[in-house]
Ligand binder design. Structure first.
Ligand code: FES
Length: 183
C-alpha cells in the first residue's frame, strides 16, 4: 500500500470511530429521556433515527443494554418495520410518484430510468451516499405527471431524458462546490 493510500485508510478509520462515538452519545442522550420499559423500544428507535437519520449497530447495542433485552430483539424490530433504516441516508432524496396519474403517464418507466442511472433499486442508497431512491403516492401535482420529487421539490414531466438532466445539474453543482473548496 502506498503511503498516501495508507494515510487515507487511517483517516477513514478515524472518521468512522468519531462517527461511532457521536452516534453513541446521541443515543445515550435519547435514552436518558426514556424509562427501561420494553414497551419504549419503538418510540426510542423512532427518536434515535430522527436524530441520526438511521439506526447504526452501536445505537442498537446501547438501546438493548438500556432495556435489558438481547441485541437480536432490537435488530428484529428494526428489520420488521420498514420505517426504520440500517444505513445512513443519502444527501439527496429522489422519490418517483407512482400515483394513478403518474402511473398512466409512465411513472414506472421513469422509476426504471432512475434505477439504471443511479445503479440502485428503490429503497436503496448509492454507495457514495449521494442519493436515496424511493417511490411515493400522489403528491398533488397530477397535471405535471409523471412527477419525481427531488429533495421535496416536485419536478414535472420527468421522463428518462429529464432524469439525465437532473443528475447533470447535481454533478455540476458538486463540481462547482469542489472548485470553491479547492480555492
Ligand atoms: S399521481 Fe403523481 S402527482 Fe398525482
Amino acid at each position: 500500500m502506498t503511503p498516501r493510500a495508507k494515510a487515507k485508510t487511517q483517516n477513514n478509520k478515524a472518521d468512522s470511530a468519531e462517527e461511532e462515538a457521536r452516534n453513541r452519545q446521541e443515543t445515550l442522550k435519547v435514552l436518558q429521556r426514556f424509562g427501561r420499559k420494553q414497551g419504549n423500544l419503538i418510540p426510542i428507535l423512532q427518536k434515535v433515527q430522527s436524530r441520526l437519520g438511521y439506526l447504526p449497530r452501536e445505537a442498537m447495542v446501547e438501546i438493548a443494554n438500556h432495556l435489558g433485552i438481547p441485541e437480536i430483539d432490537v435488530y428484529g424490530v428494526v428489520t420488521f418495520y420498514n420505517q426504520f433504516r440500517l444505513n445512513p441516508p443519502g444527501k439527496h432524496l429522489i422519490r418517483v410518484c407512482l400515483g394513478t396519474a403518474c402511473h398512466m403517464k409512465g411513472g414506472y418507466i421513469t422509476l426504471d430510468a432512475w434505477k439504471r442511472r443511479l445503479g440502485i433499486n428503490q429503497g436503496e442508497t448509492t454507495p457514495d451516499r449521494e442519493f436515496d431512491l424511493d417511490t411515493v403516492a400522489c403528491v398533488g401535482c397530477c397535471t405535471m405527471a409523471p412527477v419525481t420529487v427531488v429533495d421535496n421539490q416536485p419536478e414535472g414531466k420527468v421522463e428518462p431524458t429529464k432524469v439525465d438532466g437532473i443528475l447533470l445539474a447535481f454533478e455540476l453543482e458538486r463540481g462547482a462546490k469542489g472548485q470553491e473548496a479547492a480555492q
